[in-house]
Design a protein around this ligand. Structure first.
Ligand code: ATP
Length: 355
């Protein structure tokens, strides 16, 4: 660690090895200048640990951490020049919005007058010029979030860290702030790392997704690519797809446990992933006429209302799957937990890609 003080790589270039009790994180993480990377993963996957390691709040056991070629791994948090927007904002309650934003530049040694000038500029930039004198208590959640963002950006960071920046907001404010945050991130020329639970936040805000499970990277790529080609159960559920591993040959895929073969229109051979959307699954009370291909009998494990659709979870074998139907169809089919029904998916609605 730290044997090369400078390297030619711009943006964030890190390998974060952290141990916390029985948990260990080992994550290689890159973000180009101007790129927004979203860290996603189930509870306890290590997202916050990764962010805290970048911020210098937990030590690295191994690996490296460079931003624009400068080794940050040995610097204390306040000397890393990193901008942070954390979930609970951590605005100083006794300081005005302006003083909160000026705090960053001040602690970097900027003179008071200049720090206040820069803070006023940033407040105006996030649309809060009118609230410069307000204490955090007098601000709405969305306004406090914007002050926190202005404060983070006022130190002109080369790396910006955002930890669940929208989590504390109600649904309506969230929509607005998400759009505003997207604009601000688009105008930010440093690297940004965002931690979120919300796939929509990640899809809207990030250029690239990095999915962590149990302290390890399991998948990364542009949001659309990850959504189209999930590589783990967690990712598939996150993006709402049915996902299987199997062996492809001659236009069919033998699903891994061997209980069912599905027709596809792809011509791949060998180990593959096969995915289809829950909305592509058709359900029948009795065996349908003309016997569509890719037909199987299944037991209903659970029925969950999701907005104006109903998600029906089907138990394996031969195939555990989720199907989305209308409430009307649930009634028509007389679906209850434990029902045995027929399920089908068209070959043209399956997606197959190399494993
Ligand atoms: N201070 C600590 N001491 C020991 N172990 C910790 C500490 N903080 C977190 N852990 C452990 O580290 C692991 C990763 O936690 P972390 O908070 O990084 O996950 P996360 O992905 O951010 O989860 P969540 O989505 O629930 O916030 C967990 O198993 C947790 O129990």
């Amino acid at each position: 660690m730290g044997e090369h003080h400078m390297s030619g790589v711009t943006g964030l270039d890190a390998r974060l090895v952290v141990r916390r009790g029985a948990f260990d994180l080992d994550l290689e993480l890159r973000a180009e200048p101007g790129e927004v990377v979203a860290l996603l993963g189930p509870n306890g996957a290590g997202k916050s640990t990764a962010l805290r390691a970048l911020a210098g709040l937990v030590p690295l056991h191994d690996g490296h951490l460079r931003v624009d070629g400068t080794d940050l791994s040995r610097l204390p948090p306040e000397r890393r020049g990193i901008g942070m927007v954390f979930q609970d904002y951590l605005l100083f309650p006794h300081l005005s919005a302006l003083e909160n934003v000026a705090f960053g530049p001040r602690s970097q040694g900027t003179r008071k007058r200049e720090a206040r000038r820069r803070a006023a500029e940033w407040l105006a930039h996030v649309g809060l010029a009118d609230h410069a004198d307000a204490r955090p208590r007098a601000l709405s959640g969305g306004q406090a979030q914007r002050v926190a963002l202005a404060r983070a950006l006022a130190v002109r960071p080369r790396l910006l860290l955002l930890d669940e920046p929208l989590a504390a907001l109600d649904a309506h404010t969230r929509l607005e702030i998400r759009a505003a945050l997207r604009r601000h991130l688009a105008g930010f020329d440093g690297a940004a790392v965002l931690v979120t639970h919300d796939p929509l936040d990640a899809m809207v805000l990030a250029d690239r997704l990095v999915v962590l499970e149990s302290g390890r990277l399991v998948q990364e790529g542009p949001p659309a690519e990850v959504a189209r080609r999930p590589r783990t159960d967690y990712v598939a559920r996150l993006v709402g797809l049915n996902l299987y591993r199997g062996h492809a040959a001659a236009g069919t895929v033998l699903i891994d446990d061997g209980a069912i073969k599905l027709d596809t229109v792809d011509r791949l051979e060998g180990q593959v992933f096969l995915a289809f959307a829950p909305s592509s699954v058709a359900l029948y009370r009795s065996r349908p006429d003309g016997s569509p291909r890719n037909l199987w009998q299944a037991r209903v494990e659970a029925i969950e209302r999701q907005g104006d659709r109903v998600r029906v979870r089907l138990e394996g074998p031969p195939l555990a799957a989720a199907a989305d139907v209308t409430p009307g169809a649930v009634a028509e089919l007389g679906l209850v937990e434990g029902s045995v029904i027929w399920a089908a998916v068209k070959a043209t609605e399956t997606h197959v890609y190399p494993a």
